[in-house]
Design a binder for this molecule. Structure first.
Ligand code: MF3
Ligand code: CO
Ligand code: CO
Length: 261
């Protein structure tokens, strides 16, 4: 039996404004992280900033207590903080951030029942040149992908935009995790792969809301998940970066909903 959870929700204007408000809250939490991120701070300190900022503004951190679909422990924090070879879903804790670290922070806020999901990668102090190139290529790939989104765009056009760009720089696209519909729930249909071929896949429709969140690796695209059930690392131990936005499809473009102002 086909389950109703496979439907793609088309959001109305009021719902999109609700998602924009939660997305703005998540983005402002990342602004706060950016201000406080420096060598010597712990990831749990940054996580507490995110937690307190979201709750003080009437929101709920969506990751806190979130039960994944892969039969793991509930996620124990208000943000995912993924350092260097950690691809995604790093669990904040006593780890101290060092000069030269590549730090990806992913925040999802719930406000009035709407979900906004966004992530950025930050470089701390004097990061290696390859970390800079990787981070720049990842951010640029998200920008290029957003630029192809509009009513009628095919899913493969998004993956192609990301893959073509980062592979031209010698980097690789993680396959194991994908973008996703979002807004009324944390993870909705459709799955949004970050690799693909132009002119293939489903056509986007106005009112669809989803994330694009490329995870780009310095070396091989394979990942492995550690025994905590969450932390995903690169199979070769090399660096990984990620940027994520939540957006709504419109007749002539993408309306990015995870901006700070
Ligand atoms: N925010 C992540 C995403 O982009 C999901 C994190 S789930 C968690 O989809 F449990 F690891 F926090
Ligand atoms: Co997401
Ligand atoms: Co996210």
């Amino acid at each position: 039996m086909r389950k109703s959870k496979n439907v793609i929700y088309i959001k109305n204007a009021q719902q999109i404004e609700g998602i924009r408000r939660s997305g703005r809250l998540a983005s402002r939490a990342l602004d706060l992280v950016a201000e406080r991120l420096k060598p010597g701070v712990t990831t749990e300190y940054l996580d507490k900033l995110v937690h307190d900022y979201i709750t003080a503004n009437g929101g709920i951190p969506a990751t806190l207590g979130y039960k994944g679909s892969r039969g793991t422990i509930p996620f124990p924090a208000s943000s995912c903080i993924s350092i260097n070879e950690v691809v995604v879903h790093g669990i904040p804790g006593p780890r101290v951030i060092k000069d030269g670290d590549l730090v990806s922070v992913d925040v999802t806020a719930i406000l009035d029942g709407y979900y906004g999901d966004t992530a950025r990668t930050f470089l701390v102090g004097q990061a290696p040149e390859v970390a800079r190139r990787l981070t720049e290529a990842t951010e640029e790939s998200l920008r290029l992908a957003i630029a192809v989104v509009k009513n009628g765009t095919r899913l493969g056009d998004i993956g192609d935009a990301i893959q073509t760009h980062v592979e031209s720089k010698g980097f690789s696209v993680v396959r194991y995790f994908v973008g996703h519909g979002v807004g009324l729930k944390f993870h909705e249909e459709p799955a949004v792969p970050h690799h693909g071929k132009k002119g293939t896949g489903m056509r986007l429709k106005s009112g669809m809301v989803f994330t694009i969140e490329p995870m780009i690796n310095e070396g091989v695209y394979d990942v492995k998940v550690l025994s905590d059930g969450w932390t995903a690392v690169t199979a070769d131990g090399k660096l990984s970066a990620q940027f994520e936005h939540t957006m709504a499809v419109t007749a002539d473009g993408a309306d990015v909903l995870t901006l700070s102002d």
